[in-house]
Design a protein around this ligand. Structure first.
Ligand SMILES: [Zn+2]
Length: 507
C-alpha cells in the first residue's frame, strides 16, 4: 500500500489473469466472439469486416477495432494510471538511463514516431510491460536481477515488439468485443466486481495478457531490435536462464513469466536464433560495467516503507498504522490495497484509503452505491480513533454478498476496511472480519517507524574468490542462493579479481 493513493480500483494482478490467444486472422472471428455477435445486434453495427489493418511490425493484415490514434490515447491514459498508482522509482539518473536505451532502440523500429516513453516503476516484482502506442515500464525488481545493458536491451526489445506489433491494441479490440458481449456494466463498485470475477475497465484493459504467439513474436522482434542497436544478442539467453532460475525457485512467480511461454522453451528458441547468425559478435555491446554502475544502491526486495507483514500483522511505517489479519488467512500488500483471503478462499478483507477526511461521509458514499443495501451505521471509536461501521449486502454476478465495512479517521486520512463473503458464509466469518477491523491502531515504536529498505551494492573484488567466499567476506541480508541468482553465477563459480559483484545490504 503506497502513500500515493489515487483510487485505482482494478488490481493489476487480477486484471491481467485472464488470458486469451492472439493472432486473429483477418475476416475470421473465433467462435467465442461469433457467439457474442449473434447475441448482440449492437455488435453488428461495428464494422468488423472493415476493421482490418496492416500490422506495422509484421506486414500482415489483422483484425483491429482500434485506430492508431486511439491506441496512443489509451496508452497515454494507462501510463498516467501506472505512474499514479504503482509510482515511478525515485531515481532520475536511472530513469534517464533506461529511457536513453529504450529511445535508441525504439527510434530504429518500424514505428519510430510513436510517443515512446520509458520508465522504472517502484515494484519489487520481476516484470516489464508495454502499454499501447509507446509507454514501456521496467520494475526496479527486474533491473536488480539483470547484469548488463544488453540484458536490459533484450527485455526492452521484447516490450518494444509488443508495441510495434500492436499486441495491446489487438487484445483491446478483442476485449472490447468481449465486453460488449458480456454486458459488463456491473451494478457493483469496481472492487467488488473485480473480486466477483467480472472484467473491468481502466488499467485492466490496458494490461491484458497477450497470447503465446504474441510472446514468441515479441521475442523475435526483440532479438532483431537489440542486434540493430549493436547489443550482443547472447544476453537474451542470459535473461531466460535468470528467469528460469527465478521460476525454478518457486518463490514469487512473476506475472511476466506466467503469461509467457516457459523460459526453457524461450531459451531453446533463442539458441536457434543464435545458431542461425552469421555475423561476428566480438564487437557487440554487453555493457556490464555501465549497467551495474546504474543499479548500484537501488532498493532490493519489498520496500518496508510501503508496509510490511510481521506474521499476520501488517505494519506501515510511513502511514504509522498497524492491522492484524485473521489467523490462517493469506495476505497481500498491493499497490492500492492490502487484501487478505480466508484459507478456503471464500471470504476477503481489504484495507484501502477512502476519499476525504470524514469517515461518516465516506460511509454514506459507500452505502449510496447502486445495488448496495446497508444497515444503520454505527458511530464508534477503534483504539481511540473515530470510526463508523455498517453491515451491508449486495448482489454480485456470483450471488448475494454480505459484509461489514469500517471507515476509520486517522492522521487526516480515512481508511476503509471492508470484509465480505457469500451471504450463506457470513456467520462463519463475521467475527474474523470484525476482529480485523477492530485491530487498526496507530504505531509509535521507533523500530517500525525507522525501518529502511534493503539495497543493492556493487563490490569490485580486490582478489579472485568463489561466490561462497564472497558471501563470507561481504555478507548480504538475503540467502546465498539468491546472491548467486542475482549475479548469475553458482556458489563455487570462481570470480576473477576486479569483477563487479552484487550484494544486498540492510537499511
Ligand atoms: Zn511479453
Amino acid at each position: 500500500m503506497d502513500i500515493a493513493f489515487v483510487g485505482l480500483t482494478v488490481d493489476f494482478m487480477i486484471a491481467i489473469s485472464r488470458a486469451t490467444d492472439l493472432t486473429m486472422p483477418c475476416l475470421r472471428l473465433p467462435a467465442r466472439l461469433r457467439s457474442h455477435c449473434r447475441d448482440l445486434a449492437a455488435l453488428a453495427a461495428l464494422a468488423v469486416l472493415s476493421a482490418c489493418a496492416v500490422n506495422p511490425a509484421t506486414g500482415r493484415r489483422e483484425f483491429s477495432l482500434v485506430s492508431e490514434g486511439q491506441e496512443i490515447a489509451m496508452g497515454q491514459e494507462g501510463a498516467k494510471e501506472v505512474e499514479a498508482s504503482i509510482g515511478l522509482y525515485p531515481d532520475s539518473a536511472l530513469q534517464a538511463y533506461v529511457a536513453r536505451v529504450g529511445m535508441s532502440m525504439a527510434s530504429k523500429s518500424e514505428r519510430p514516431t510513436l510517443p515512446w516513453k520509458f520508465g522504472v516503476v517502484e515494484d519489487a516484482a520481476i516484470n516489464a510491460f508495454a502499454l499501447p502506442g509507446g509507454p514501456i515500464y521496467f520494475t526496479r525488481g527486474i533491473l536488480t536481477h539483470m547484469n548488463s545493458e544488453a540484458e536490459m536491451a533484450s527485455v526492452m526489445g521484447h516490450e518494444i515488439g509488443h508495441v510495434t506489433a500492436r499486441h495491446s491494441a489487438q487484445q483491446m479490440s478483442r476485449a472490447q468485443v468481449a465486453q460488449i458481449g458480456l454486458g459488463v456494466g456491473s451494478i457493483l463498485s469496481n472492487e467488488i466486481a473485480s473480486v466477483a470475477g467480472a472484467a473491468s475497465t481502466g488499467l485492466g484493459l490496458l494490461l491484458l495478457k497477450y497470447g503465446r504467439d504474441a510472446e514468441s513474436q515479441a521475442d523475435d522482434l526483440g532479438f532483431r531490435y537489440m542486434m540493430t542497436d549493436g547489443y550482443d544478442p547472447r544476453a537474451m539467453r542470459d535473461m531466460f536462464i535468470m528467469l528460469g532460475r527465478v521460476s525454478g525457485e518457486g518463490g514469487r512467480l512473476p506475472t511476466w513469466l506466467s503469461s509467457h511461454p516457459d523460459p526453457g522453451d524461450r531459451l531453446a528458441r533463442t539458441d536457434e536464433r543464435l545458431a542461425a547468425l552469421t555475423r561476428d559478435l566480438s564487437a557487440a555491446v554487453v555493457g556490464r560495467q555501465a549497467f551495474l554502475r546504474q543499479i548500484d544502491g537501488v532498493v532490493f526486495g519489498e520496500n518496508p516503507r510501503s508496509g510490511y507483514f510481521a506474521g499476520q500483522e501488517f505494519l506501515h511505517p510511513d502511514l504509522k498504522f498497524r492491522l492484524t489479519f485473521p489467523a490462517g488467512w493469506k495476505s497481500h500488500n498491493g499497490t492500492d490495497a492490502v487484501t487478505s483471503i480466508s484459507a478456503a478462499e471464500d471470504a476477503i478483507v481489504e484495507l484501502r484509503l477512502a476519499a476525504g477526511a470524514d469517515p461518516a461521509a465516506a460511509l454514506r458514499a459507500f452505502a449510496a452505491q447502486e445495488g448496495v443495501a446497508s444497515n444503520q451505521p454505527e458511530t464508534t471509536t477503534i483504539n481511540g480513533l473515530p470510526a463508523v461501521t455498517a453491515e451491508w449486502q449486495a448482489q454480485s454476478q456470483g450471488g448475494m454478498l454480505r459484509g461489514r465495512v469500517a471507515f476509520i479517521g486517522y492522521d487526516g486520512r480515512t481508511y476503509r476496511i471492508l470484509g465480505y463473503t457469500a451471504l450463506a458464509n457470513y456467520g462463519a466469518h463475521r467475527q474474523a472480519i470484525m476482529a480485523t477491523q477492530g485491530s487498526f491502531a496507530r504505531v509509535t515504536e521507533a523500530a517500525v517507524l525507522n525501518r529502511q529498505p534493503n539495497r543493492l551494492r556493487i563490490v569490485t573484488l580486490p582478489r579472485a574468490m568463489t561466490l561462497r567466499q564472497f558471501h563470507a567476506a561481504y555478507p548480504s541480508v538475503i540467502p546465498i542462493e539468491q546472491v548467486a541468482l542475482i549475479n548469475a553465477v553458482d556458489l563455487d563459480t570462481r570470480l576473477e579479481q576486479g569483477r563487479q559483484v552484487k550484494r544486498v545490504v540492510g537499511g
